[in-house]
Design a protein around this ligand. Sequence first.
Ligand code: ADP
Ligand code: MG
Length: 893
Amino acid sequence: MASNGYRNGNKGAIKPLASSNVRSSSFKSRLPPSSNHSSGSALRRSSSAGSGGDGVPGRVRVAVRLRPRNAEESIADADFADCVELQPELKRLKLRKNNWDSETYEFDEVLTEFASQKRVYEVVAKPVVESVLDGYNGTVMAYGQTGTGKTFTLGRLGEEDTSARGIMVRSMEEILANVSPEIDSVSVSYLQIYMETIQDLLDPANDNISIVEDPRTGDVSLPGATHVEIRHEQSFLELLKLGEAHRIAANTKLNTESSRSHAILMVHIKRSVLGEEVSIPSETDKSSHFVRPPKPLVRKSKLVLVDLAGSERVQKSGSEGHMLEEAKSINLSLSALGKCINALAENSAHVPIRDSKLTRLLRDSFGGTARTSLIVTIGPSPRHRGETASTILFGQRAMKVENMLKIKEEFDYKSLARRLEIQLDKLIAENERQQKAFDDEVERINLEAQNRVSEAERNFTDALEKERLKCQMEYMESVKMLEEKMIENQQKHGCDGFTKDKCNGEGSGSSIAEDIAEVKKLLEKEAHMRKEAEKEVNKLKSQLGQCTDAGAGVDGEILKLQIALEDEVLQKRKLEEEIVILRSQMLQLTFEADQMRRCLSRGGPGNAYTGLDSPMSQVSDNGHKTPVSALFDQVGVQKVLDLLESEDANVRIHAVKVVANLAAEEANQERIVEAGGLTSLLMLLRSYEDETVRRVAAGAIANLAMNEANQELIMLQGGISLLSITASDAEDPQTLRMVAGAIANLCGNDKLQATLRSEGGIKALLGMVRCGHPDVLSQVARGIANFAKCESRASTNGMRSGRSLLIDEGALPWIVQNANNDAAPIRRHIELALCHLAQHEVNAKDMINGGALWELVRITRDCSREDIRSLARRTLNSSLVFRAEMRRLRIEL
Ligand code: ADP
Ligand code: MG
């Protein structure tokens, strides 16, 4: 029990008897009755405060009910007036002292002998029941002398006459009408307290139930009591009847009567409600809000209906001859209740709540967090004036008890877990559906691409074959024609010679000299003609040769054919290009699918083209090539690289992503560089048109720059100044991270030191710290460490002398500033850089002036890595300048 459990919540609320405040407050208000909290919003406010929030004051309400005269009284007291006179409209009761004197008392409600059960319920219990439905605890208790109508008021079942139904039945009726059977639950337990033992009226064997108090909240419960879930009014009636039967049986066994025991009906209500929606500004877009769904809450409230033992026992039991012990026990709870109410009414420091079982059970009802209504029942007979007076005084004192109403609400983890589980299942199913659709889509694109490729190949081969045959035939025909022509010519010439010879032969009969001269002439002529003929043949031959050489050119058709052929070749090239695009798209899709699959199976995000410190491997764990690499083999490096210069911007973006992904795999790097990929990527950096292209190209270059052979190529192709320009005008942290990574890789090459400086690489590297992104800073620090290491190596080998170029370029302040950076990678690189710089005396003075000595000393002490700690210590110890300075400053390592 909390020490303040029964204290008054509000001292000012204790009202004097005749106070007008008492009169003006009404039982009917649904709200926790308080002049300060008389609006609906007050209740809502308190409800949102939850069980941990402050309550609202709510005084115990007290009504008085007068029983009509019974038959015996009508006869016996026929000549006497009632001992009380009621003024219900003034909510007053006059208790006659004698014929001429009376005392007046005010109550929250005054119910005459004519008040109907319905009215009694509405005035006394309904507000409490409604509060319980809203999540507050509630109590309705009947107090009075035996025979004054407590059980009549609370426990009548009214089976024959519905208008006779008492508060218990009507309350349950109201509760059942207001809860949802699917999500809410209503259960009851029914108990009796007799001689300080708690008996279960629903299970008579259970006759000594103990009260358990929650040490944290102070709430009491009866874990041993039977709880019966109620869904219908009828089952509740059966239960009440059963309880009553058990009560009679128990009392017969104990040789007592029900007026000596307290009957307590507890109704437990559990209702699920949703809290308010919360609107939260989105992190990415401050202007938009997203609404967090309302919290599921559960309200667990309790309605306690108490039919007390007859109050006359307090005074009379001893005098009626009961055994003293028994009398004490019987009355213990009731007298303890009276004492507690007195203490609370008087706001005394100690409330004897622990004195009895009843007061322990009712700790929340008086001075606690429940809304409580008390109905005091009185009889009219002047013979019981004393009892009636003490009952009235009890009611008056109870009116001074102030409760602090608090809603019984808690977070409904079970319902949230259930909801989340359903949501999760939905998401899993959706994810599976999407994955399947995605795989199908990849498959479909793949198939379509293959079909298109084979169809194009088929068409092309057919067309080529046809044209070749046609061309061949035409060529053969023209050759044949020419041959025929030539034969015709030859035949014509051959025939002429023969005719001449024959003519010459016929003139051989003249003189020999003439003949000889003639012959000579003829011979000369013959020679001449032969020459002419030879000439002619040669001419024809050369014509034939010309015909042969020109081939198709002789014929216009062949020319056309050649053009058509060229067209075909062009078309084939286009188709091939298209195939490469499709394949590269597929490559990218496959890559993304692969990423997604890994990401899903690992539960973390995949990292594309980020191989700065640790190159991403495309070779799967079992050593097989990934789908991307396999496809890459099919498509070919050159084809993909060609796409970097495609006219279509989308294709270019696509292609650069593919190249970047491929460049992350060491096995592909050589092929990419050989095929001119490095040049293409550098070109993209130069002619940047879109941040994505530039970022991805820089990522690819960073990957290639991990390889020493490529580093020199990058330098030779002007890559350092291109990267420096990008470093100075890019703003996107991811682009900067890639560029810084690329330069950091170059910084690790001994041969590039001078060029890096002369082409602005170091300045560019240092310039990128403006971005402030830890990933970028980490790459900058790595670059500095690499550079310092190379310099240090060169100095040691006697290859260079003079102060560090890093110091010349003004890197020292940033180095010192970040030597103790919170981010471990940045810190580690800088610590190494400081050690390298400190190894050469030429740097020592600048380092001391720049505050680097302190950082080095810190490293010897705080660095988490043993090797760096001892490197720093060795370096400092071996430097005369540092040693002298440390002596001066009295620093000891
Ligand atoms: P208690 O429980 O206080 O001992 P009961 O409820 O048993 O008293 O009432 C005693 C008798 O008086 C019963 O017969 C009951 O029917 C009758 N009675 C009580 N109150 C009323 C009432 N308001 N109107 C009519 N009869 C009543
Ligand atoms: Mg009774």
